[in-house]
Design a protein around this ligand. Structure first.
Ligand code: HEC
Ligand code: HEC
Ligand code: HEC
Ligand code: HEC
Ligand code: HEC
Length: 269
């Protein structure tokens, strides 16, 4: 074997000297060679495994558009194209190729209720050295230098009168994909999941989570905006999805009365 051959050569070459010292030195050589033999395959295997491993997130198991996911918010039938962002950011590139995880850029904030949107200094951790010749990267570098935030165009938003916490949902096992689609496969982010009231309630119903109005709306909320619907029927349709139990107009009236807003039939639009 090569290890012992090498060690023997060492003994031959040195020839003279303290025998004990030589044995120790040879032992050290043997150990380091052995270590090398142990480490190299581990490293090679790790690399091979990384290449064999499926992309960070398994291929999309998204249901046919318009149907309810077995878990998660309903998929939007004809999702709008994603907005033009300040730089052409690709989730696919960073997750599948740069092997990043969601939390690397979107750390939980406000006790996990929200997650952060990444700022230029974060991007520069890599882009101080990667793709520095690209105009998009130079724009990020300028923003980082000027200490300016990136003006990301937001895709998912709930109005301020709606209670929503990421943490309570991920704590009960909801995955990012359940509510945002196969983000890891996307070059451009678009809104592909229905997180309107009907979408929320579809999943709550499927998961036996509470669906009472005060689950998601504080009854004393003063921020509830006027429903943008001319008739009760239109409002019910707006707030309901076909597969979820309909929200009765009575419940809406009761709810609006509780938040001290005029009943929907009084809204002049
Ligand atoms: C993936 C399915 C799913 C979707 C989609 C979903 N929810 Fe939930 N939600 C749950 C489950 C399950 C619970 C129960 C959690 C528990 O038992 O603690 C819950 C609990 C809640 C609660 C009560 C716990 C808390 O955080 O105070 C609120 C409020 C809530 N959801 C709001 C919403 C809103 C608003 C939306 C839509 C924007 C939404 N949810 C969409 C599954 C979902
Ligand atoms: C962990 C390292 C890492 C971080 C952090 C990172 N990126 Fe990247 N980024 C990469 C790699 C790797 C590529 C692929 C480079 C290539 O194709 O040559 C890339 C490519 C890009 C490109 C395409 C460049 C081009 O025109 O080819 C853009 C734009 C980009 N990143 C934006 C961002 C933004 C915005 C952030 C911060 C939110 C960010 N990156 C954070 C590693 C990173
Ligand atoms: C390298 C940093 C980076 C990583 C890693 C990353 N994101 Fe993002 N994410 C961004 C940037 C930048 C934007 C804004 C630009 C855009 O929408 O493409 C964004 C936008 C989003 C949005 C839209 C937010 C909104 O309402 O406007 C969601 C949802 C999202 N990411 C989910 C994820 C998930 C899920 C993962 C993991 C599978 C992930 N991201 C991993 C940087 C990252
Ligand atoms: C139950 C559904 C649900 C799950 C699961 C979920 N999100 Fe969200 N996400 C939302 C909703 C609703 C919003 C809009 C929140 C708002 O406007 O306050 C949102 C907003 C975001 C945003 C924009 C920043 C913010 O906090 O408003 C990012 C980024 C994001 N989500 C990433 C993720 C990542 C990463 C995961 C997995 C760790 C994830 N989401 C899991 C429903 C969900
Ligand atoms: C699981 C969470 C959830 C529950 C439960 C819920 N809502 Fe909502 N509600 C929402 C969300 C999210 C929106 C914002 C929808 C949007 O902006 O598209 C909303 C919006 C509304 C609006 C404003 C509509 C508009 O178009 O301006 C009214 C009114 C309303 N809800 C009444 C109710 C009533 C009445 C109940 C009980 C029967 C109820 N909600 C139960 C999540 C919920």
């Amino acid at each position: 074997m090569r290890v012992s051959e090498k060690a023997c050569e060492g003994v031959k070459a040195r020839g003279t000297g303290n025998a004990r010292e030589q044995i120790l030195r040879d032992l050290r050589v043997n150990l380091s060679v052995l270590l090398l033999f142990l480490l190299v395959p581990t490293f090679v295997c790790a690399k091979a495994n990384a290449q064999d491993a499926p992309a960070a997130v398994a291929p999309s198991t998204a249901p046919a558009p318009g149907t309810v996911a077995s878990s998660g918010a309903p998929t939007i039938a004809n999702p709008p194209a994603g907005p033009t962002q300040p730089v052409a950011f690709s989730h696919k590139k960073h997750i599948a190729e740069a092997k990043m995880g969601c939390n690397d850029c979107h750390e939980p904030s406000r006790n996990g209720a929200t997650v952060a949107m990444p700022q230029p200094t974060k991007c520069m951790l890599c882009h101080a050295a990667i793709a520095t010749d690209k105009p998009d990267i130079q724009r990020i570098a300028e923003a980082a230098k000027a200490n300016e935030p990136m003006q990301w165009v937001r895709i998912y938003r709930v109005p301020s009168f709606v209670q929503f916490s990421h943490k309570t949902h991920t704590d009960t096992g909801a995955k990012c994909e359940d509510c945002h689609g196969a983000v890891a496969e996307k070059d451009v982010m678009a809104k592909e999941k229905d997180l309107s009231m009907g979408g929320c309630i579809s999943c709550h119903t499927a998961k036996s989570a509470p669906t009472g109005c005060d689950t998601c709306h504080q009854l004393n909320s003063v921020q509830l905006r006027s429903p943008a619907a001319a008739t009760d029927e239109a409002l019910v349709a707006r707030l309901t999805r076909p597969e979820a139990p309909p929200v009765s107009i009575l419940a809406i009236h009761r709810f609006l009365a509780a938040v001290a807003l005029p009943s929907t039939s009084n809204f002049a639009l």
